[in-house]
Design a protein around this ligand. Structure first.
Ligand SMILES: [Fe+2]
Length: 298
């Protein structure tokens, strides 16, 4: 027989467990447990003697109270402290959740990102939320989006189906950035968003044999990426935001868990998907701490 007091204790205990779980998943893990996720690899055909450290920030989703300009500025300082050769931003600066959070304006988040510093510079691409939040760009069907203008205003180039050639220690390296694969929302709900990425057109701009790093907000492009590309970097999935034992129940990808998170090697081609920093939809992270990527190539 369960006594009245036992029952009340059970209810109280359950309430406390739910409350502490919520505090952890909504507050502690998303905001306090940011870490540096490190990878070191030598992709196939990578030139001997080229050592390159790339630091990547993905899915910032600026909003109050979770991703304030102050927090973004301190993430930028953490990124700089890793002494990268190059810093890349993988899209989704703008928040998806509107009901629970307050807006951080593009000049505010871009201003915080302007603190990023690296010898080879800072390069960026845009994500779906950067397009979806821009009513004018949605109606026009073309950019430049507000996010692009904000980044350019602080001196961060935005690659949308474009490439940049960098040089380190006498070696060239190409950074190619795709336009977003889910950029334009359709009027009818069941229709997939219209894509603006042009992989072939982007890679056609590469004019010598130096290695290529591809920046693509959504990892779903990966099956189409040729082996000419040494490494593809993506974000967007947030690792599912909830991830247990290497499995994410909800992943915004048509490939489910295949590209949900981490280092994926398929047919000698390399993909790294960042778990990102912020969140869209539900303000919860569990088993998927916010991360700054550090990738050592060579
Ligand atoms: Fe995204």
């Amino acid at each position: 027989m369960i006594t009245r007091r036992g029952f009340l204790r059970f209810i109280g205990g359950s309430f406390l467990s739910v409350a502490s779980f919520s505090a952890y998943a909504v507050g502690i893990e998303p905001m306090l447990l940011t870490h540096v996720k490190r990878y070191a690899l030598t992709p196939p055909h990578w030139p001997a003697g080229l050592k390159l450290r790339v630091v990547a920030l993905a899915d910032i989703h600026a909003c109050r109270p979770w991703m304030t300009p102050e927090r973004i500025a301190s993430l930028a300082e953490e990124a700089n402290a890793l002494q990268p050769d190059l810093i890349v931003l993988l899209g989704d600066y703008i928040a998806g959740i509107r009901l629970l959070s307050q807006r951080v304006t593009p000049p505010e988040w871009a201003g915080a990102l302007s603190g990023l510093k690296a010898p080879l510079g800072v390069l960026s691409i845009l994500g779906n939320h950067d397009w979806w939040a821009d009513g004018f760009a949605q109606r026009a069907g073309v950019g430049p989006t507000i996010a692009r203008k904000a980044l350019e205003k602080v001196g961060i180039p935005v690659l949308e189906n474009d490439v940049v050639r960098l040089e380190k220690d006498g070696h060239g390296v190409w950074i190619a950035g795709l336009a977003d694969q889910l950029a334009l929302l359709r009027k009818k709900k069941h229709e997939r968003p219209r894509r603006l990425d042009d992989l072939d057109g982007t890679l056609a701009k590469i004019s010598d044999a130096a290695p290529v790093i591809l920046l693509a907000h959504e990892p779903d492009i990966f099956p189409k990426v040729p082996s000419r590309v040494s490494l593809t970097l993506a974000g967007h999935t947030h690792g599912g935001q909830v991830r247990l034992f290497g499995y994410s129940p909800i992943v915004p990808s048509q490939f489910g868990n295949r590209y949900a998170y981490g280092h994926v090697i398929e047919n000698d081609r390399n993909l790294i998907v960042s778990g990102g920093l912020g969140f869209s939809n539900l303000p919860i992270r569990f088993g998927m701490r916010p991360e700054i990527l550090q990738i050592d190539l060579g």
